[in-house]
Design a protein around this ligand. Structure first.
Ligand code: NAD
Ligand code: ZN
Length: 248
């Protein structure tokens, strides 16, 4: 495909290329996305952060949902989409990955500079003392006891280290993401419906600064009209094809 060839050429010549990824890059690893049919929000109502803080029942429902999602995460490994981005970073074609994903698969694939806008489901954070703990043991404890675990250190409220609805995004991460977008000469938006903030603005900011914008997503997005190139195809085989062209 001509478009894949062109993006591969742009990547080869880029100095400050950035990839922005959403749930779509991880569906080929077996983790469902949010907004596709059969996606997570067609099945459950998310627990709002305010409710989590106030009500024990909301905390129980939160842990119940997260324990179900944990099974998807625990079994999943990176796919060729994740490993391609890691390879491009190693080869000096890609500066960073900005992600909305919480699954940790970019790091597992070998990407080093990963900005997690929505935190990570790989660890548990105590909202009262700020300590973090590995996720597996605490989810296992919840499943065994059917009771929300308390912080082992201070007895406080434990929550996955992800950003819930109603909770602010990490300011330092957002700021760094904005700088990368402003500085990018090529911006690849991969597997995101580009409807929630800051996903909706980052590609726009990159484009308004100086970047060429490429969107790789199965379904149309609201930003397709301003992109130089839109590729509506499966992410894994698209990035794999680009990698092959970059190498040769
Ligand atoms: P989204 O669900 O809104 O959109 C995903 C997009 O990916 C869809 O438009 C779909 O067309 C596309 N897609 C799915 N599989 C694809 C494939 N194999 N090839 C090409 N395109 C594909 O996702 P979003 O924009 O990232 O927003 C959802 C929110 O969900 C984020 O806040 C994120 O934190 C959270 N989330 C994360 C995970 C994860 O960590 N893996 C999973 C589900 C949801
Ligand atoms: Zn604590």
């Amino acid at each position: 495909m001509k478009q894949i060839q062109t993006v591969a050429e742009w990547l080869s010549g880029a100095d400050t290329a950035v990839a922005f990824t959403g749930a779509g890059i991880s569906t080929e690893s077996g983790i469902p996305d949010f907004r596709s049919p059969g996606g997570i929000w067609s099945k459950v109502q998310p627990v709002l952060f305010q409710d989590f803080m106030r009500f024990p029942e909301a905390r129980y429902e939160y842990w119940r949902q997260k324990s179900v999602a944990h099974a998807d995460f625990a079994d999943a490994g990176p796919n060729i989409g994740h490993t391609s981005l890691a390879e491009w970073e190693r080869q000096g074609q890609l500066r960073a990955v900005i992600t909305q994903n919480i699954d940790g698969l970019h790091q597992e694939a070998g990407s080093r500079r990963v900005l997690e806008l929505h935190g990570t489901a790989r660890s548990i954070l105590c909202l009262d003392c700020g300590r973090t703990f590995p996720v597996d043991a605490l989810v296992a404890q919840f499943l065994e006891t059917d009771t929300v675990p308390d912080c082992p250190e201070c007895g406080g409220r434990l929550k996955h280290a992800t950003i819930s609805f109603g909770q602010a995004l990490p300011g330092d991460v957002v700021e760094e993401a904005l700088e990368l977008a402003q500085d990018a000469d090529l911006f690849l938006a991969i597997g995101s419906s580009l409807v929630v903030e800051p996903a909706a603005s980052l590609p726009l900011i990159a484009k308004q600064s100086r970047a060429k914008l490429v969107i790789i997503n199965r379904d149309p997005t609201p930003l397709d009209g301003i992109a130089e190139i839109v590729i509506r195809a499966p992410i894994g085989k698209t990035l794999e094809a680009m990698s092959a062209l970059i190498r040769h």
